[in-house]
Design a protein around this ligand. Structure first.
Ligand code: ADE
Ligand code: ZN
Length: 344
């Protein structure tokens, strides 16, 4: 239906009011800003130019990416750094008509280097609040535990978060999936729920379907991040349908990390066909070649998605969000109006 470099398709996608539900703020760190912050913090990078850093962004798997992503995050030291990072992301997605974001941050990546939890969250929070007022972007904030570290370390992070509980909506689980099953974090997820945090977890990105089952049964998450592998198991598909569990998929990430060989292999069309509440997002846009619009565009071209499927995907993101029922209804009404307008 659409052809490569279809400007009509780009225009349609630009106009959709979008929600981003799977975004690691540290993964939005563009090389230009990374160099700028490194310079002002007197940090010497392993790369002598922005171009040579960008050349390193070639990954064969999740771990190769994570090694570079954690190294990049090391230049973030002060509240202003976290503010600038978050503000740059919010301005970028504002230009793409993203109107709601649910943002992950990885406190342990910073606290393990001696940066205070308060420094990290103050910078992020102030940028989110500014965007709410000045850009009309609503937001939720999700604190992720790093699964390659121990459950005890996650408990310490939970403890550090408590003074800021009112700013944090949920907890997630990210980092190296293989060998770090959700079951490793059952107790800290239970304790997080007791503090009133909503629960999500990355599962079935590189790991097996068993990890998706564990995230549902042991962690009791209400949303799965990625979940690509769920189609391997029909009983799991039925479970996702029964509980209406959303999957936040990240097409450009999946190609960049070789979770799939090529975009044409992306499982999302099959998921939509089965009625799964699948949504698309950007994961780590500075590293994977695009933000929300580029994810929609590359996916639509590769899978030949029609307007109904694009509308479904954009509605699903609001359904899967943590907005109030009234706010969801308002956004979904606007999306339907947009797609049914005569000039589309
Ligand atoms: N942290 C940042 N991006 C991630 C991803 N795609 N999977 C797991 N952990 C991550
Ligand atoms: Zn992710």
């Amino acid at each position: 239906m659409y052809h490569k470099e279809s400007s009509d398709l780009k225009k349609i996608i630009q106009g959709i009011p979008k929600a981003e539900l799977h975004l690691h703020i540290e993964g939005s760190f563009e090389p230009e800003l990374l160099f700028k912050i490194a310079n002002r913090n007197n940090i010497t990078l392993d790369y002598d130019s922005i171009e040579s850093l960008k050349k390193a962004y070639k990954f064969n798997n999740l771990q190769e990416f994570l090694d570079i992503y954690y190294a990049g995050a090391e230049v973030l030291l002060y509240e202003q750094d976290f503010f600038d990072l978050t503000w740059a992301y919010l301005n970028k997605v504002h230009s793409q008509n993203v109107v709601h974001v649910e943002v992950f941050f990885d406190p342990q990546t910073h606290t393990d280097r001696g940066v205070g939890f308060n420094v990290v969250i103050n910078g992020i929070y102030k940028a989110l609040e500014k965007a709410k007022k000045e850009l009309n972007i609503s937001y939720k904030l999700i604190m992720s535990y790093l699964r390659h570290l121990s459950e005890e370390a996650a408990f310490k992070t939970l403890e550090s978060s408590l003074p800021f509980k009112d700013w944090i909506d949920g907890v997630g689980l990210d980092s190296s999936e293989k060998g770090n099953p959700p079951s490793k974090f059952s107790r800290v997820f239970k304790a997080s729920a007791n503090q009133g945090y909503k629960l999500v977890a990355h599962a079935g990105e590189e790991g097996p379907v068993e990890y998706i089952w564990e995230a549902l049964d042991l962690l009791k998450v209400i949303r799965i991040d990625h979940g690509n592998r769920c189609l391997d198991d029909e009983a799991l598909v039925q479970r996702l349908l029964k509980q209406n569990i959303p999957l936040t998929l990240c097409p450009l990430s999946n190609v960049a990390l070789k979770v799939i060989q090529k975009m044409e292999d992306h499982p999302i069309a099959k998921m939509l066909h089965k009625g799964i509440l699948a949504t698309i997002h950007s994961d780590d846009p500075a590293y994977f070649g695009g933000y929300m619009n580029e994810n929609y565009y590359e996916l639509a071209i590769a899978l030949n998605l029609n307007k109904d499927q694009l509308m479904q995907l954009s509605i699903n993101a609001f359904k899967a969000s943590w907005l109030s029922p009234e706010a969801k209804e308002k956004h979904i009404y606007q999306i339907k109006n947009y797609f049914h307008s005569s000039n589309l």
